[in-house]
Design a protein around this ligand. Structure first.
Ligand SMILES: *Cc1c(COP(=O)(O)O)cnc(C)c1O
Length: 375
């Protein structure tokens, strides 16, 4: 189904994604580029975005879960893919058979991967993850030698090969945060221990940098960078500006109803907005079920009839209202929630700022009812 038969759509400009990718690879000379396409490519539509990124020069893709990687394989994507969150019960045999690279943070996961590889009659390609200070995934430096021992044992039987050593930053988006240097020190230590254990070498990819590190920490790029938010054109460090990136997504709806109401009309649930004069209201058919957070009530802005309007009253499950005064607005007219800002509309960054969150949450939150239209 395509516009205008749908009340709203998220338009994704794949040329913006390719341009952002070119800009980002220019910042990381000599490093491989992995694009994080988890969570439906941050809400942008995983398969079309993955294809655009591979055409645009990315060598690798990253997903959170095996299921996401297998969806890419089913769509015919043959590039290397790493899946990095491996809860118990994941379809590991399918993953290994589908040549999906897998991350291991502990011996139990490593054993599950090696067993699945044995069952599949293949060798699993594994990235060992170190916890260098985020205290999320990864083996702590204390547990790291035991993970390496297990990796050596399973490698010796031929079920796994170690193709990556990696970690993830806690505060790369906070310029000057002291934990960044600490994490690099611990990462180098973990790499040194792995090297001594015989799990290093030039074929092993070392990687720790996300978008923020890629753009602001040249010494953190190692052999590969993993970029997500910046590829989608959103700044990983908003306090440092937009880095020349161009937002790829424009969220648009069509006014579903336009009507005049008298002064003193309470608008939407709870009457949190009351008209102060006779005015024109427009109904925008997107709500919190579509990712327009209820917290945007009387807060976030949209572009309608060529001007900015604040959301008037409660955001409901499927709709919200705007007050356009005496300006013309017709049913079917476009209302832009956010885009790249070139038409005067708000950006996802402005939405994030007004809601006290980050752009990752704004774009990944767009619901499945909203079609993604790629151009
Ligand atoms: C999501 C994710 C990334 C990408 O992060 P951005 O800040 O969006 O660039 C990189 N690495 C891991 C492990 C991730 O989970």
């Amino acid at each position: 189904m395509s516009f205008p038969t749908t009340p709203a759509e998220a338009r994704v400009d794949l040329s913006a994604i390719r341009e952002n990718l070119a800009l980002l690879t220019g910042h990381a000379p000599g490093a491989e580029m992995m694009v994080a396409v988890k969570a439906d490519a941050y809400g942008h539509g995983m398969v079309p975005v993955a294809r655009a990124c591979l055409e645009g020069g990315a060598g690798r893709l990253g997903t959170a879960f095996v299921r996401e990687a297998l969806e890419l394989r089913a769509a015919g994507v043959t590039a290397p893919i790493l899946a990095w969150i491996i809860p118990p019960g994941e379809p590991l045999e399918e993953a290994v058979a589908g040549d999906v690279e897998l991350s291991a943070s502990g011996p139990a996961t490593l054993d599950a991967i090696a067993d699945a590889a044995a069952a599949a009659g293949r060798t699993a390609r594994v990235h060992l993850k170190a916890d260098t200070g985020l205290s999320r995934g990864g083996a702590t430096i204390g547990d790291w030698p035991a993970l390496l021992d297990r990796a050596l044992a399973r490698r010796a039987e031929g079920t796994i090969e170690i193709v990556g050593l990696w970690s993830h930053f806690a505060c790369a988006d906070i310029p000057g945060h002291p934990s960044v240097a600490d994490q690099i020190t611990v990462f180098d230590e973990a790499l040194g221990i792995a090297e001594k254990a015989g799990l290093g070498g030039s074929h092993v990819i070392r990687h720790i940098a996300n978008s923020a590190a890629l753009l602001t920490l040249p010494h953190a790029r190692y052999d590969m960078v993993r970029s997500g938010i910046a590829v989608y054109g959103l700044s990983p460090v908003p306090s440092m500006g937009d880095f020349g990136l161009r937002p790829a997504m424009t969220l648009v709806a069509r006014a579903a109803l336009v009507k005049r109401v008298p002064a003193g009309s309470g608008v939407s649930y709870g009457h949190l907005y009351v008209t102060d004069r006779e005015t024109t209201l427009g109904l925008v058919p997107l709500g919190y079920a579509d990712g327009v957070l209820r917290h945007a009530t009387n807060r976030a802005e949209v572009l309608a009839g060529g001007r900015r309007r604040r959301i008037a009253g409660r955001v409901c499950m499927d709709q919200f209202m705007i007050d356009v005064g005496d300006d013309p607005l017709a049913e079917g007219d476009e209302v832009i929630l956010f885009g790249d800002g070139s038409r005067g509309e708000p950006t996802a960054q402005e939405w994030a700022d007004s809601l006290g969150t980050i752009t990752h949450e704004i774009v990944t939150g767009i619901g499945s009812r909203v079609p993604r239209v790629h151009r």
